[in-house]
Design a protein around this ligand. Structure first.
Ligand code: DOR
Ligand code: ZN
Length: 347
């Protein structure tokens, strides 16, 4: 198959940053996706509806005029989030969900939640108002091996959360393990779903650590062993509506990645959909890409499916070595190498 036409996809997990950096990365997502859920882990984080709406305006101002890209905003859950802010969020047409970062789990998560009991009433309000909770699912205890943090989170945090809030809609973001695939698949109710990134579908931990350390492949949750990658590929291509596209494209300046303590995040937006096509093609499942990329997420969030189409062509092109990133530079995934699929037209 050399040509693949799909209903326009959405990105259900995206980092756009702010300021000069925002202006240089937003077009990479707007060239392809109709909508994206925008992560709130700015510095300082987006904790109120007013801040989210102001951030949305800055995003809109950075979108190329030819694009109708629609940023769907989120609130960053802290131990100071109030029930009334949740109500205000529900009433705003631009707020889609609330993001839960366990404190210390990842980039800019220091304002996150140390103990879910501190946000119990907020979770009850989210359940009442039917505002979805998006979860970075990793425990943070230093005693837990970094490769086991997602598995432990499911057992010790997610499972009790699901028991205690039977109607709360939850997305377990960027899943990386067979255990996560099994847990999400086993839940018969549609209230639990998961996003899967392109980088976790295409790479395993050898890509991070074999033959030298590869800072541009460092992300959280970490890349895992090949058996987990295979489980993710199986889930993404299963046609199961609980699994959908969320790139977690997370740009950082080259200097911040290539440093003695490099930060987590992989910049995939310049070829995000093309990377997913490559992964699906590996397992002869290109026919499953449209549902994963364009239907399941919209259905979970109760939003209309898009109606425009886009076309991918099997035609190699070279990914630049780096892109502008505010006053700095950012290195994309697969910098300087051939990408197999190309978007046929810009929208
Ligand atoms: O790799 C990651 N980068 N994982 C996250 O959870 C956060 C993200 C970021 O903001 O850079
Ligand atoms: Zn993320």
């Amino acid at each position: 198959m050399h040509c693949l036409t799909l209903i326009q996809p959405d990105d259900w997990h995206l980092h756009l940053r702010d300021g000069a950096a925002l202006a240089t990365v937003v077009s990479a997502s707007a060239r392809c996706f109709a909508r994206a859920i925008i992560m709130p882990n700015l510095k300082p984080p987006i904790t109120t509806v007013a801040e989210a709406l102001a951030y949305r305006q800055r995003i809109i101002a950075s979108i190329p005029l030819t694009s109708s890209f629609n940023p769907l905003m989120t609130l960053y859950l802290t131990e100071n989030t109030t029930v009334s802010e949740i109500k205000t969020a529900k009433e705003s047409e631009y707020l889609t969900a609330v993001k839960y970062y366990p404190a210390g789990a990842t980039t800019h998560s220091e304002y996150g939640v140390t103990d879910l009991r501190q946000v119990w009433s907020v979770l009850e309000a989210m359940q009442t108002y039917d505002l979805p909770l998006l979860i970075h699912g990793e425990v943070t205890a230093t005693s837990i091996d970094v490769f086991d943090r997602e598995k432990m989170f499911i057992e010790y945090v997610l499972d009790p959360l699901i028991e205690n809030f039977p109607a709360l809609r939850i997305v377990l973001e960027h899943i990386t393990t067979q255990e996560a695939v099994e847990y999400v698949s086993a839940m018969s109710s549609a209230r639990l779903a998961a996003t899967i990134t392109a980088h976790h579908l295409l790479m395993n931990r050898n890509d991070l650590l074999a033959g030298g350390i590869h800072p541009h492949h460092y992300c959280l949750p970490l890349l895992k062993r090949e058996t987990h990658r295979q489980a993710l590929l199986k889930a993404a291509t299963s046609g199961h509506p609980k699994f959908f596209l969320g790139t977690d494209s997370a740009p950082h300046a080259r200097v911040a990645k290539e440093s003695p303590c490099g930060c987590a995040g992989i910049y995939t937006a310049p070829a995000a959909l093309e990377f997913y096509a490559e992964a699906f093609e590996q397992v002869h499942a290109l026919d499953k890409l449209e549902a994963f990329a364009s239907f399941h997420g919209a259905d979970f969030y109760g939003l209309p499916r898009n109606n425009k189409t886009i076309t991918l062509i099997k035609r190699p092109w070279q990914m630049p070595n780096e892109f502008e990133f505010g006053e700095q530079r950012v290195v994309p995934m697969r910098a300087g190498t051939n990408i197999h699929w190309q978007l046929a037209q810009t929208l």
